[in-house]
Design a protein. Structure first.
Length: 397
């Protein structure tokens, strides 16, 4: 009876010695979970972009709702009034831009002709440059073989044109069916090719006002339900983290909006001085596009350059536009941005660059716009959770 017991103990000891360490499996699980999160963010980008945009707008409009509630209005009515005012503001701003854009659509043929002339001129200059460069080459490299006429080989079939039979003048003329192909404008062709993307974006955007209204009117209930998921000291940490995220998003978006308005006004005045077409459309577009991190300057240059095509025929006019837009961009980036936006976010340039690369890769152009507020919100959470404070210091300045 002793031998089986010893054997079993030896077997147990051998079995315990061969157990795989848990660290490798835990790392593999984390990597798989991270890959699943990345895939979910990529394939569900329309949903997440809509939801995050609605949350950011809710944080921005929350103080206005509290202001109406101070007049003894119920939260539901105050939320409805604020959302209605926000929708009307967006509608009138879009109406003004659409009025300017309608004239631009009518002038698209002229813009197309002007672009064709510029392309032909550039092609002629390249041809002249090529000829001048070829003259500098040695003569033996300039000699070209004279193309020889193609002689049909033996046994090769050659098509011989056949003379049609004479037509009887008394015979009735044959009826030919003529199909008229209606050509679409380049703008309509562009919209038609991307109708599915435009429809999905419009569908998701239509949910934003309703999401914002429900988040504002049910904010007390949502906050209580969210905090009920935590207990003890963690509940206070969660409440402080929510307030930090709201403050960070509100400060970032409000600062960018103020800076965009300043750039839009200055750009519009500058373009009016240059007598560019549609300054009320080009100025705001250039001003707000200048706020896109790292690629704001080329984006801000695109609207005025396109608007100047039928006006300026020489390079000097475009250099003046580039100098003016570049000066405004550098003025806003170096002087206004640190005081209006940067002092409220406290993110280091490396974290901002990595965030722009990541969210731009996952969500495209919208990711470039939402990258900084997302990372700023994560930093606000890390700053309020004791175990995550080193990560907040890593993201901070």
């Amino acid at each position: 009876m002793v031998v089986p017991v010893i054997a079993s103990n030896a077997g147990v000891g051998k079995f315990k010695g061969t157990v795989a360490p848990e660290g490798g499996s835990s790392l593999a699980v984390r990597l798989i979970a991270f890959a699943c999160v990345i895939a979910m963010l990529y394939f569900g980008r329309a949903f997440f972009v809509t939801l995050i945009s609605a949350i950011i707008i809710t944080f921005i409009l929350q103080p206005f709702v509290l202001g109406f509630m101070s007049w003894k209005l119920p939260r539901s009515i105050a939320s409805f009034l604020v959302c209605s005012m926000f929708v009307m503001l967006v509608y009138f701003a879009g109406l003004g831009l659409a009025t300017q854009a309608s004239g631009l659509v009518d002038d698209l043929p002229g813009y197309g002709q002007r672009v064709g002339e510029l392309v032909d001129g550039a092609a002629d200059k390249l041809a002249d440059l090529e000829r001048s460069m070829s003259q500098l080459m040695p003569k033996r490299l300039q000699e070209q073989r004279t193309p020889q006429a193609e002689v049909p080989k033996k046994g090769r079939r050659v098509r011989v044109p056949v003379t049609p039979p004479p037509v009887d003048p008394n015979a009735p003329a044959p009826v030919q069916e003529v199909r008229i192909k209606q050509e679409r404008s380049p703008l309509l062709t562009f919209l038609y090719d991307r109708i599915e993307t435009i429809y999905s974006v419009a569908l998701m955007a239509s949910f934003v006002p309703f999401l914002v209204y429900f988040m504002l009117s049910w904010s007390d209930h949502i906050q209580r339900a969210f905090l009920s998921l935590f207990s003890g000291p963690n509940q206070a940490v969660a409440a402080k983290s929510m307030e930090g995220v709201a403050h960070m998003a509100r400060a970032y978006m409000a600062g960018n909006f103020v800076l965009g308005v300043i750039l839009a006004i200055l750009s519009t005045i500058f373009f009016m001085f240059l007598q560019l077409p549609y300054p009320l459309l080009v100025g705001p577009l250039s001003g707000f596009l200048s706020l896109v991190p790292y690629i704001g300057l080329p984006l801000a240059l695109a609207p005025p350059v396109l608007s100047a095509l039928p006006v300026y025929g020489k390079l000097g006019g475009y250099l003046v536009i580039a100098a003016g837009v570049g000066t405004l961009h550098l003025f806003a980036l170096n002087l206004l941005y640190p005081k209006i936006v940067g002092a409220r976010v406290h993110l280091n340039p490396l974290a901002v660059t990595v965030a722009l690369m990541f969210w731009g890769l996952i969500w495209g152009g919208v990711g470039l716009v939402l990258a900084v507020p997302i990372v700023a919100g994560l930093k606000a959470v890390c700053d309020n959770v004791a175990a995550w404070k080193p990560y907040g210091k890593l993201l901070g300045d």
